[in-house]
Design a protein around this ligand. Structure first.
Ligand SMILES: N[C@H](CCC[C@H](N)C(=O)O)C(=O)O
Length: 278
């Protein structure tokens, strides 16, 4: 199987263009686990298939490293947008990508050589609370409490198509993201599990961000998580509508437009291309 690897702020995936190679199996959760394995496979935060689409210019599906399929992936979308433009799947700088969470608009920004420098994705509208994120705890509304590891945590439930639990902390480097994030990600109150974000407000247009991703663990960046975090904080009046998010792997520019749509701008990088011997 022919694959290519890309990363966006260190959030890295194995990509397969299903129109340009044969897949060793159609059990995609199994394939995602195998290619993500850093010792027996290629090593990544998950698997992304680039597919034909009836409703957009390009289709994208994403599986986490544990084989669970996610509804969307912001960093993956920027990588797919760069791939689609530079490898001729689209012939314009503005195009659409279909995800399980719906169709999104993509725009690539070129350098003088015509290579993609930055990618902007309209990630759609955030939805909040126990109506938007699968939750079976006792709370109602947007902020819920979770007991994990003997401590209680309060966070905001946000959906960007996929579920997020966003917690405000004083300093992200003081958080045990691995253990606290891991305990909340698989907490029984979240029947479909949840992506867990820890954020601290530096200024009204700048936040620090760490993430424990559903199905992949601690990653360097999470685009949907950055969007979820900015919208949760903006709703509380803690940040404005245009925020720089400092993730472990680098910065994302998040903007909440008048119509509520969340626009994400950031890099996407090629790593390698190759043949996977299943
Ligand atoms: N890294 C991705 C998020 C993957 C989401 C996945 N972990 C899930 O929702 O299960 C991003 O940049 O948005």
């Amino acid at each position: 199987m022919q694959f290519f690897k890309m990363h966006a702020l260190g959030n890295n995936y194995v990509f397969v263009d299903t129109a340009r190679t044969t897949l060793p199996e159609d059990d995609f959760p199994s394939l995602a686990r195998r290619v993500s394995d850093v010792r027996r496979g290629i090593g990544s935060d998950g698997l992304i298939l680039v597919t034909p689409s009836d409703s957009a210019d390009v289709g994208m599906r994403i599986w986490n490293a544990d084989g669970s399929e996610a509804e969307s992936c912001g960093n993956g979308l920027r990588c797919v947008a760069r791939y689609a433009y530079e490898r001729g799947l689209v012939d314009a700088t503005h195009f659409s990508i279909e995800t399980k969470a719906g169709v999104v608009a993509a725009q690539v920004h070129l350098d003088v050589e015509g290579r993609v420098q930055l990618v902007t994705i309209d990630m759609g509208v955030a939805r909040f609370g126990t109506e938007a994120v699968p939750y079976r705890g006792p709370d109602r509304g947007e902020d819920v409490h979770v007991e994990a590891g003997g401590a209680q945590y309060t966070g905001t439930l946000v959906s960007m198509g996929n579920p997020h639990f966003v917690m405000l902390v004083d300093h992200v480097d003081d958080v045990d993201v691995e253990h606290v994030g891991g305990a909340i990600e698989s907490h029984p109150d979240f029947p479909e599990r949840v992506n867990v974000e820890f954020v601290s407000v530096l200024t009204p247009d700048e936040i620090d961000f760490r993430v424990y991703e559903r199905g992949s663990g601690v990653t360097f960046a999470c685009g949907t998580g950055a969007c979820a975090s900015v919208t949760a904080l903006a709703r509380k009046g803690l940040v404005g509508n245009r925020v720089t998010v400092h993730l472990l792997g680098g910065d994302l520019d998040i903007e909440i437009r008048e119509d509520g749509h969340v626009w994400m701008t950031g890099e996407a990088h090629w790593v390698c291309e190759g043949t996977y011997y299943a």
